[in-house]
Design a protein around this ligand. Structure first.
Ligand code: SAM
Length: 266
């Protein structure tokens, strides 16, 4: 599968996921620890934020409430942006949001950004390593020299061991087709509201993430576990969210369900 085919498949998947409200049911609010991390690391003071792969705006909406920032909301899923715009209707923030749908060149008008977000696995969905680095490099050209990128990615030690094993075996047998011939790349199908949805992911080791960011001109300034428990537990239950925040502070970043990273231009 080529990277543009992956993007079209992910578009189909997320359009259906948001259209069925499956996403907002599964992740009804931001992870409170990640939201606090954003606010403590520049989002509160930022004048211009790009939420790349914003989905239905679960983070963007909270950031608009806690800042004066203008926010550019980018996604390849039209139904995610429609849901986001619907959520904005009952707020005073609509004028501070610009939507950009599936067109990277549309992000240049508002540059440079003080802060760029790629939260909860967006980077993992983009395709093979070359494509991920190419996208990060485009973002590098959009961020201020003293700006920041905050992203979170799924950890290779915690996610989808069965698919990882199947892909590793296919690689060993010489049967893995691109992009599954790269370590950490997986593809799987999940049933959501009666629909078979296909997801492509790159699962990250910290070294891969550091190398990809460096190849695009970023250095990791700080990283930590995003959560110990699965994101949907943490965002559906405030109590579990509080317990999880305490637990996550004690473990190595790569043992988290996701890895949360603050990166800066070099
Ligand atoms: C797991 S969701 C995360 C959404 C949001 N950041 C959040 O934390 O709720 C992944 C998002 O990435 C978007 N996405 C997938 N591939 C993309 C691509 N090539 N470019 C931009 N966004 C993409 C999806 O449409 C989806 O909204």
């Amino acid at each position: 599968m080529q990277s543009n085919q992956i993007a079209r498949e992910m578009q189909r998947t997320y359009d259906q996921y948001f259209l069925s409200s499956g996403y907002s049911r599964r992740y009804p609010r931001p992870n409170a620890a990640t939201l606090d991390y954003l606010l403590a690391n520049g989002a509160r003071e930022a004048g211009r934020i790009l939420d790349f792969g914003c989905g239905n705006g679960r983070y963007s909406l909270a950031l608009l409430a806690h800042s004066e920032a203008n926010l550019i909301a980018y996604d390849i899923s039209a139904s995610s942006l429609i849901e986001f715009e619907g959520n904005l209707m009952n707020t005073p923030y609509r004028e501070r949001v610009t939507f950009v749908y599936d067109d990277l060149s549309g992000l240049s008008h508002a540059r440079p950004y003080d802060l760029i977000l790629m939260l909860f696995g967006v980077l993992s969905h983009l395709g093979d390593r070359t494509t991920r680095i190419a996208t990060l490099s485009r973002l590098r050209a959009l961020v201020r020299e003293d700006g920041r990128v905050i992203l979170s990615v799924p950890s290779i030690l915690r996610r989808r061991p069965r698919e990882l094993f199947k892909c590793a075996l296919a690689r060993r047998l010489g049967r893995a087709q691109p992009p599954l011939n790269e370590r950490g790349n997986i593809c799987f199908t999940r049933q959501v509201d009666g629909h078979q949805l296909t997801f492509f992911y790159h699962l990250y080791a910290l070294k891969d993430l550091r190398d990809e960011l460096a190849a695009a001109g970023f250095a990791i300034r700080h990283c930590e576990a995003e959560s110990v428990l699965p994101e949907w537990w943490v965002t559906q239950s405030r109590i579990l969210g509080r317990v999880d925040r305490w637990l996550a502070a004690w473990i190595a970043p790569v043992l988290g369900y996701g890895i949360r990273v603050l990166a800066v231009p070099i």
